[in-house]
Design a protein around this ligand. Sequence first.
Ligand code: PLP
Length: 472
Amino acid sequence: MNYLSTRGDPTPRKFCEILLEGLAPDGGLYLPERYPQVDADMLARWRTLAYHELAFEILSLYIDDIPAEDLRALCAKTYTEEVFGSADITPLRELEDGVYLEGLSNGPTLAFKDMAMQLLGNLFEYELGRRGEQLNILGATSGDTGSAAEYAMKGKKGVRVFMTSPDGRMSPFQQAQMFSLQDANIHNIAIAGVFDDCQDIVKAVSNDLAFKREYRIGTVNSINWARLLAQVVYYFKGWIEATGPQGGEVSFTVPSGNFGNVCAGHVARMMGLPIRKLVVATNENDVLDEFFRTGVYRVRGAADTHETSSPSMDISKASNFERFVFDLLGRDGARTKALFQDALAREGQFDLSTDPVFADAAGRFGFRSGRSTHADRLATIRDTDERFAVLIDTHTADGLKVAREHVEPGVPMVVLETALPIKFAATIVEALGREPDRPARFDGIESLPKRVVRLPADAEQVKRYIAEHCAA
Ligand SMILES: *Cc1c(COP(=O)(O)O)cnc(C)c1O
């Protein structure tokens, strides 16, 4: 299997070549040259597999430059009951008739990003070890990504993490999760500024090609193909559990920000998994809902990007969306480039409303969308608690609210649970007047010693810090 770029660069690349990379050299995103197909026999055989075995079956269709026994071992080491809290890994529970929650947030940092990041940590360690190389991961986080990356990379050989975050702006729980890590290869850098300042610093450092090369700077952001591929697995698992042995179609609703999670659903559907609809749920930052309703993709400015109570979906543009549009346009790299490079730079938007392909988004590709607000979130959290005694987080609440608008009789609707409520306790208190339960292993983490340096919003000082801490 080779990988190509959504902007037309046809250079064939193998999985391990793109594993440690972000964007393709032409600025596009990597995708496999074709989607391997599954059939009814394969799906029937996969029904009885443990999660890590299922992961191996799916990953091995895309990865032919890691020996099968090594890949099998990496999957087995990643998806364990010990790390994900249950033998099921992604337990499915029925909420009301035909509506299910698939729990993706039982990993170390209580958000679905662990599902991919835990595998990425093991893949990085494996590949860097094979090459005899080191990698310094530089990132910016407003919460979930940074902690998932740190818990995946801590103690891993050959990898250091330098994670910037806006000083004092994460929830106390999220701060404590990251800053309480004492591993020598994890560096928390609290920046005097907002999340955008952190992102600007990461960009500035990455644009200094000499520095980037000398210090082997890499990233683990959501455009990484390996992360997306790891997420494909739980769509298969959700489908298996929501259908009986007779099979049939299932729809998924996905709380969405950068379109990474739901793009994995798109990949699963392109492989032939019987997914009826993929419902994109957004919060007030409704870039994606707007596109699926109107055909207009309009990137928001800073002033139009709202801080909401489902903060992990507060995006101004959806960084993985280009992957879907490439498929929507019949894999026309030149046209994808014209939209994402030229039109977005020139006008901040593009419009496919009058293009015949737009109908395919809902038709051939099965996409639907909806939007949820703070009031919807509170109402959904309250209602789910009262009627089912199930506590859901704010992002999952956005998903559930939108899912109900798209349920069809006879088709199970699986809502992906993307975080546990304890991560967003303030909104739970607002909805219910009480604190959410806290898994015992997090008792008192706010009072653990913190390992963090504070720096001004200045790329040069961040570079100096990295240089000083790479020497050892
Ligand atoms: C990252 C995140 C999302 C959004 O996922 P995308 O892949 O960016 O669409 C939704 N919910 C939670 C809790 C997250 O951490």
